[in-house]
Design a protein around this ligand. Structure first.
Ligand SMILES: Nc1ncnc2c1ncn2[C@@H]1O[C@H](COP(=O)(O)OP(=O)(O)O)[C@@H](O)[C@H]1O
Ligand SMILES: [Mg+2]
Length: 285
């Protein structure tokens, strides 16, 4: 399942050719995440069925060396968190399946890191102890895990706060800790469920900028869920537009890369046009 031949047989001049044959290299494309006909139905309080996700299928291709942000955009209550939980292995599909590479997901794993809207640090550990916690669990030695934690803290702009406790931090900083805690495990997929939803607009913009930097630095894919159209346009390489509940994929949109990734881009005509397009798809009857 993970390897799919694609028809881009390409001449590779570096390979010796045998006789008159032209040496060709068939580039194989590995699929990082394969979601196939995913359905999730909950049992409601009165025993009724609550259908949250219907027939959702998509693939994320592994692009080695390229960080990518894929956004699921949909109205509140449509089933976004449910899709992410199924990918995280926190929830079994009612029907359909989720594969990471060749392996069917049937529980959480270190190849997938999850960041929620609520902060998830341990209050009794310092910032750096929180970040190195995952490595400690896996028996990485004290000096190595400290060095790796400090490096990641630098990437999220928190190296000066390593010895603070979470309660001494602002909401944005707590969320940086949560992201750093996840990044230290080097997950192939970073699953983010409206992680900036509780932050004030300015902090939110800063966090979005930081996430783009991270996606350029790390060789992983970020699956990001939001109901905020501007956030989707700003962050995404690809947006999947979801219907109201039960969540179904309505459209897949490739978002242009804006030359200017500062917050000023949000006032530009190209950005506004993309926002308009997504809004009209999202609220089309
Ligand atoms: N554990 C649950 N039991 C019953 N219904 C649930 C449960 N979790 C979510 N739901 C319902 O499923 C629907 C989709 O929820 P969710 O995936 O959290 O939506 P979103 O993240 O898009 O806001 C909502 O109607 C919600 O009330
Ligand atoms: Mg949600």
């Amino acid at each position: 399942m993970s390897e799919q031949s694609v028809s881009t047989a390409k001449q590779d001049k570096s390979e010796p050719s045998a006789g008159n044959n032209i040496a060709v290299t068939v580039h194989k494309t590995a699929i990082k995440l394969h979601v196939e006909d995913l359905h999730v139905t909950y049992r409601g309080r009165r025993g009724e069925d609550v259908e949250a996700v219907r027939a959702v299928s998509f693939d994320i291709i592994d692009k080695p060396g390229v960080g990518e942000i894929v956004v699921f955009l949909g109205p509140s209550g449509c089933g976004k968190s449910t899709i992410l939980k199924a990918v995280a292995g926190l929830l079994p599909p009612t029907k359909g399946r989720v594969l990471i590479g060749d392996h069917e997901v049937n529980g959480p794993g270190r190849d997938r890191g999850m960041v929620f809207q609520q902060y998830t640090s341990f209050s009794w550990l310092t910032v750096v102890e929180n970040v190195e916690y995952g490595l400690r669990l896996h028996g990485v030695g004290a000096s190595e895990r400290r060095a790796r934690a400090m490096e990641i803290l630098k990437h999220v702009g928190l190296d000066q706060f390593a010895s603070k406790y979470p309660k001494e931090l602002s909401g944005g900083m707590k969320q940086r800790v949560a992201i750093a805690r996840t990044l230290i495990n080097k997950p192939k997929l970073l699953l983010m469920d409206e992680p900036f939803g509780a932050l004030d607009p300015q902090t939110r913009w800063e966090m979005q900028g930081m996430l783009i930097d991270i996606s350029h630095r790390e060789d992983n894919t970020i699956l990001f869920v939001t109901h905020d159209v501007a956030e989707a346009v700003y962050l995404a390489d690809t947006v999947y537009v979801l219907s109201r509940r039960p969540a179904q994929i309505l459209h897949r949109i490739d978002v242009p890369t804006f030359a200017d990734r500062t917050h000023k881009v949000k006032a530009s005509p190209e950005f506004r046009q993309c926002e308009e397009q997504l809004l009209s798809l999202l609220y089309a009857k």
